[in-house]
Ligand binder design. Structure first.
Ligand code: SAM
Length: 227
C-alpha cells in the first residue's frame, strides 16, 4: 500500500493522527529532501529508512518504489511540506501505481493554497490554482494575460524574490484588483496582506521579503471586499 501523507507547512503540530500512523507503520518513507523529512521524523521520534524522490529522479527511482510496493511493503510518500503532488513530486509515481493497480490512499491534511484561500477573505465560491508562474518575463506576461478574463479567485505560489515583480506584472495585465499575499502561513512570522495590487506591490517593494508565499487575486469584475 502507498500512503500519500501531507505534512506541516510550518507549524509542526499540524499533522493528523492518521498521518503519524502511516509514517510509523511504513516500511519505507519516500521524501523530497531527506534532511527536511528527518527534522519532522525526529520531532515525532520516528525512525525509518528514507528514499528520495524529486523532479530529476527519473523513472528508475519510480520503478524501484513500485517494486517495494509489489513486494507488499508499506510506503509513505511525503514532500518537504504540505500535500505531496501539489506543486511537488509524486505524479509519476502515482501514475505508475494506478497503472499497476497497486493500492494507495491519500490522506487529507495541510496544503498552503487551501490555507491561504480560506484565510484570504476573497470570494470562496470558485477558484483556480496555477502553482508557480513561468519565470521568464514574456512567458509570465502571456500566461497572466490568458487569465485576465477569469472571474474566479486566482491562486499562485511564488518565490519571495519574484513577489514584487509578479505583483507589478499582475497590475499591468489585470488592471487594479484586490489581492492577498499570504506569507509564512502557520509560522511565527505569519503575515496576511490585503489590498489593491498596486498597494501590495508598493508594500513589498520597500523591504526585503523572505519566507514562503501564496498570492491570490480577485477574479475579474468581482465585488470589492476590502475597500
Ligand atoms: N505541496 C505543498 C502544499 O501542499 O502546499 C506546496 C509545495 S511548493 C514546492 C512550495 C510553495 O508552497 C512555496 O514556495 C509557497 O509558495 C507555498 N507555501 C508552502 N508553505 C507555505 C507557507 N507556510 N506559507 C505560505 N506559502 C507556503
Amino acid at each position: 500500500m502507498l500512503y500519500i501523507v501531507p505534512t506541516p507547512i510550518g507549524n509542526l503540530k499540524d499533522i493528523t493522527l492518521r498521518a503519524l500512523e502511516a509514517l510509523k507503520s511504513a516500511d519505507l518513507i519516500v521524501c523530497e529532501d531527506t534532511r527536511q523529512t528527518q527534522k519532522l521524523l525526529k520531532a515525532y521520534e520516528i525512525q525509518k529508512p528514507l528514499l528520495s524522490l524529486h523532479e530529476h529522479s527519473g523513472l528508475g527511482r519510480v520503478r524501484e518504489i513500485t517494486a517495494h510496493l509489489s513486494e507488499g511493503k508499506s510506503v509513505a510518500l511525503v514532500s518537504d511540506g504540505g500535500t505531496p503532488l501539489v506543486s511537488d513530486p509524486g505524479f509519476e509515481l502515482l501514475r505508475e501505481v494506478i497503472r499497476g493497480k497497486i493500492n494507495f490512499e491519500v490522506l487529507p491534511g495541510p496544503c498552503a493554497l487551501i490555507t491561504a484561500f480560506a484565510a484570504s477573505g476573497l470570494a470562496t465560491d470558485t477558484f483556480s490554482f496555477y502553482g508557480f508562474l513561468p519565470q521568464r518575463f514574456a512567458a509570465r506576461k502571456k500566461f497572466l494575460a490568458s487569465l485576465e478574463p477569469r472571474e474566479e479567485t486566482l491562486i499562485f505560489y511564488e518565490s519571495p524574490y519574484r513577489l514584487r515583480q509578479t505583483l507589478e506584472d499582475m497590475k499591468t495585465v489585470f488592471g487594479e484588483r484586490e489581492a492577498v499575499v499570504a506569507r509564512e502561513l502557520t509560522k511565527k512570522f505569519e503575515e496576511i496582506s490585503r489590498g489593491y495590487l498596486s498597494e501590495l506591490a508598493a508594500k513589498f517593494s520597500s523591504k526585503k521579503v523572505r519566507g514562503e508565499i501564496v498570492i491570490l487575486t480577485a477574479g475579474k469584475g468581482r465585488k470589492e471586499l476590502f475597500h
